[in-house]
Design a protein around this ligand. Structure first.
Ligand code: GRF
Length: 213
């Protein structure tokens, strides 16, 4: 993404529905200076999301946008877009946001919405990706950061990391090890998208080779 004024720190809008550990990873990476961005606004579609408490404790502005307050998905999506625009958000990060966003939302932020998913996509999209991996018997799974399109977990892939499945794994133990990897690759992928040159050709995201001089 090109940020029009390089002197400005890009503003992230993070959408959550629950715990918010990936939100925390983004906040922490930004405060360590590894992610040159500021988490400017957090939106939850659940009023009791634990991630809202984390954000407020860090002094980050939050909004709650409830689907039941809108007549349908388009109206709900528009409400989200309105908040994100009002807060001058440069890049939207979904972090455990449990609703599918429609074409209108994606068109409002073209190639400016990222998601993190707990599998090596395109394997195991949707809910309970870690359980799906265990039930399928794969020996390796992982985490994926991808651009968001209206297709569930189907957008172009930005970054992935593998996690070995152990014989003794349960959905909980596997989820915990994948989560550790998520917390590393999500801030790293956001940093690359914000501060490197990249392009999307069809499904492929490619980064320009870093300049040597
Ligand atoms: C993560 O496993 C993420 O990959 C998935 O939802 C979970 C959110 O966890 N999309 P948290 O709310 O970030 O802790």
């Amino acid at each position: 993404m090109t940020v029009s004024d390089k002197r400005l720190v890009p503003r992230l809008g993070v959408l959550i529905s629950g715990r918010g550990s990936n939100l925390q990873a983004l906040i922490d990476a930004a405060s360590r200076g590894e992610l040159q961005a500021t988490v400017a606004h957090v939106i939850s579609n659940k009023p009791d999301a634990a991630g809202l408490v984390r954000a407020r404790e860090m002094g980050i502005e939050t909004s709650v946008v409830l689907a039941r307050d809108y007549p349908g998905r388009e109206a709900f999506d528009r409400a989200l877009v309105d908040v994100l625009r009002a807060k001058r958000i440069d890049l939207v990060c979904l972090a455990g946001f449990m609703r599918l966003l429609g074409a209108e939302f994606c068109a409002a932020f073209p190639n400016r919405v990222l998601n993190i998913h707990p599998s090596l996509l395109p394997a195991f999209p949707g809910m309970d990706a870690q359980r799906q991996a265990l039930e399928h018997g794969v020996r390796v799974t992982g985490a994926t950061v991808h651009f968001v399109t209206p297709e569930l977990d189907g957008g172009p892939i930005v970054q992935q990391a593998a996690v070995e499945v152990r014989d003794e794994d349960t959905a909980a133990s596997l989820s915990a090890r994948i989560l550790e990897v998520e917390h590393v690759i999500y801030p790293a992928a956001v940093q690359r998208i914000l501060h490197e040159s990249w392009r999307v050709d069809g499904r492929r995201v490619s980064f320009a080779a870093p300049r040597t001089s």
